[in-house]
Design a protein around this ligand. Structure first.
Ligand SMILES: Cc1cc2nc3c(=O)[nH]c(=O)nc-3n(C[C@H](O)[C@H](O)[C@H](O)COP(=O)(O)OP(=O)(O)OC[C@H]3O[C@@H](n4cnc5c(N)ncnc54)[C@H](O)[C@@H]3O)c2cc1C
Length: 460
């Protein structure tokens, strides 16, 4: 495979078109007005960095992070959506070289028919490869396959001065580790080589099983340790003996192919009124949803997209939470702390009556390579719980309580989903933060890469 990439030529600042835009995270918690450039070529991206006129800047992929990781109110954003070329593929090794704006859906559309899948697909295929690097995303196979960065062979990183540098686990490994999961703060990833996963077909055999409560859930996950894929839906409003009940799904690749599902066949046409999601309606929905799976379980063969990206089938589903938006809280607790910690977290949201029907439990078993990877340190192996919390006047106080419980149990909060973590929480939960900051200070002494999230978390 020929991996020679185009040489950069920095064009005049006047060549860059800036537009005033208001960007939002997926949780739609308000918008961040900024100046945005949408380069189509790498030389335009370099020119955009050169032409910031002192403004700070952050890369913005598909905006699928829930909070403020990709926002930069009052500054500049480099939108990567048009840097979306696939540059090379080696079928023998499965290594794909692509620009950062290529989406997971693009990769699946082209390569699943050829027997390749992205190695660690997150729960949405709309995310870009650049975003997958910068949050070191994980999938329902994290316990076996690790995170996205584990499968990256090398990255091209554009620094604040427009120069590009190749980094890999062997070439400038420290910058590589800071960039994997580095929430865009070391530079702009302009190309990457990722090793795709070989699969027998587009089909998956999915087994669903009803789980009656939390302890049973954790045991069921442990029993499913050998499953390639596993994920659990949790009824976050069930209490008493039913606390933590849910539906565990495990899946294996299957032979033979199945029909490709239509893309976003349904769409949320308007912002739902705020009263729609109240504790009564969510409790009723959750109880019915839980009973949907027969007591003895069920098994189905489905297209991989249906299992991997169930929410992508409803376009704009984030409008379900109304105009005021929602937070997502996702934490990872070490295995030994999970029984007590998860119980306390579920009791806290149950008492507040604040959760929605979207609550997901996963098992994580491998440490990520990035200094700020979510899957890290003593929290691995562990369990991760993700909850949607509709934005209400009291939701920030609830998030603070959830942060405290997470800290008490030696856990950490996932930056890709976060909108409320405190600077102190960041320091305690990410022990390699100091090393990360050293790399940043070396690569970008003027601190030109900056975001709403980096300022909120006191990252300089
Ligand atoms: C429905 C849904 C389900 C999800 N499920 C999961 C899941 O199961 N597992 C998981 O790990 N995540 C999950 N996520 C989160 C999502 O995968 C991550 O937030 C991902 O980073 C989004 O990619 P993006 O292209 O939208 O990036 P954005 O949200 O636009 O940006 C995310 C970060 O990446 C940086 N960035 C983007 N492009 C570049 C670049 N070229 N160079 C440098 N930095 C860059 C941004 O600055 C920002 O810090 C889910 C999100 C949704 C909406």
């Amino acid at each position: 495979m020929n991996l020679v990439l185009p040489k950069l030529a920095v064009r005049a600042a006047s060549d860059v078109a800036w537009r005033s835009v208001a960007l939002q995270g997926w949780g739609r918690l308000g918008s961040a007005p900024c100046q945005a450039a949408r380069p189509e070529r790498l030389r335009e991206a370099a020119a955009a960095l050169a032409a910031q006129n002192g403004r700070n800047i952050i890369a913005h992929g598909a905006g699928r992070s829930y909070g403020d990781a990709a926002l930069n109110g009052g500054g500049a954003a480099l939108l990567t959506g048009r840097l979306d070329r696939m540059l090379g593929f080696d079928a023998a090794s499965g290594v794909l070289v692509a620009e950062p704006g290529v989406t997971i859906a693009d990769v699946i559309r082209v390569f699943l028919p050829q027997g390749f899948l992205l190695p660690t697909p997150p729960g949405t295929a709309f995310a870009t490869l650049g975003g997958a690097v910068a949050n070191d995303v994980h999938g329902k196979n994290q316990h076996g396959a690790g995170c996205f960065g584990d499968h990256v062979e090398w990255l091209e990183l554009m620094l604040a001065d427009g120069r590009t540098r190749r980094v890999s686990p062997t070439q400038d490994p420290v910058t590589f580790q800071a960039t994997i999961g580095g929430i865009g703060l070391t530079g702009v990833v302009t190309a990457l080589a990722v090793r795709l996963l070989r699969v027998p077909s587009n089909a998956m055999r999915v087994r669903r099983q009803r789980i009656g409560g939390l302890d049973e859930y954790l045991d069921a996950f442990r029993a499913a340790r050998d499953a390639t894929w596993s994920v659990g839906w949790v009824d976050a409003l069930a209490g008493g003996a039913a606390l933590g009940r849910g539906i565990l799904e495990t899946a294996e690749h299957a032979a033979g192919s199945v029909a490709v599902p239509a893309e976003a066949s349904r769409r949320m046409p308007f912002d739902a009124p705020g009263f729609l999601l109240n504790p009564l309606s969510v409790r009723a929905f959750n109880a019915a949803y839980w009973r949907r799976v027969p007591a003895g379980g069920e098994e189905r063969v489905v297209h991989a997209n249906r299992f991997l990206f169930p929410l992508d089938g409803i376009g704009g589903w984030n409008r379900l939470y109304g105009w005021s938006g929602f937070h997502q809280f996702q934490c990872l607790l070490p295995e030994a702390e999970a029984p007590r910690g998860l119980r306390r977290l579920l009791e806290t949201v149950g008492e507040a009556g604040a959760a929605s029907f979207l609550a997901v439990l996963k098992w994580m078993g491998r440490e990520g390579r990035g200094m700020l990877s979510f899957a890290q340190g003593q929290a691995i192996p562990g369990f991760t719980l993700a909850l949607d919390i509709p934005a209400r006047p009291c939701s920030r106080a609830l998030l603070l309580r959830l942060e405290r419980v997470t800290r008490d149990h030696g856990g950490r909060i996932y930056l890709a989903k976060d909108s409320a973590l405190s600077p102190q929480g960041m320091v305690e939960m990410y022990p390699r933060l100091g090393a990360f900051q050293e790399v940043r200070a070396r690569l970008d002494p003027a601190g030109r890469f900056s975001s709403d999230m980096s300022r909120r978390l006191g990252l300089g």
